[in-house]
Design a protein around this ligand. Sequence first.
Ligand SMILES: [Fe+2]
Length: 280
Amino acid sequence: MTSMPELRPLGETLGTEALGIDLSKPLDADTFTWIADAFAQHPVLVFRDQHLNAPELAAFGRRFGKPRQHALIKYRHTDCPEVSWLTNVDDEGKVDWYGVKRATDWHTDSTFEDELPLLAILHAKEVPPEKGGTMFTDMRLAYDTLADDRKHMLSGLTALHGRSIGPAGEKLYGDFKGVTDKQYRDVRRPAITHHPVSGRPILFVNPMHTYGFVGMEQEKAWPLIEELANHATQERFVYYHRWRVGDVLMWDERATMHRGAGDYDPQQRRVMLRTIVYPN
Ligand SMILES: [Fe+2]
């Protein structure tokens, strides 16, 4: 490392810029350690002005773990299946309406899979002239600010996760959840988890994939999931990322929820590369 990189906050809670790093070059051990340390404290980390192709993005992801092919076959990158497209444009250059709608409500990725991802990375290639941001919220802070009786109740609860079948998933997708290459069975996870690096408690319930709690009727579970989602996504906890072409943004899948803001003109192109990384 020639000069030390620097951190600069972008939002009140989440959102931190890492300055002075070129991700197109192989990262030396010191720089990698610096990024890993920064990321453990700042779960939404942004690198500006990077211009990576799909294999370079996958290589960056591979420093942290195993990038995995995305469940939605259609969006996989043909040269590099560990990277997928997040795009609102179809093969003929027309608006891809599934792409426009996709992921525009609060969620944590793939909590319905047997194994949880560590982190995900988005790299902006084309962005709308205005809006079209991605929003993040801090689930450590969401836990810290829960009322004591809620903390107590949740500490004894096991949540049920399925692919987009929680309250927000049903509202957003209904019966049109996209074609995947496997069937998902239900996965059970504690409602409160702890961050493996910082040890901080985390509210681990998201309204897209969490659809119930063990031993609780749906009539009680759905209002609770929605109450927790509303609590966790209060404006004071949320960071809205305004994309610039070249941004590489990585987020901690254990400590945050995110969503596409879904607030832009769909006729404007919005094209990103994405990879999702699992533990080695
Ligand atoms: Fe997502």
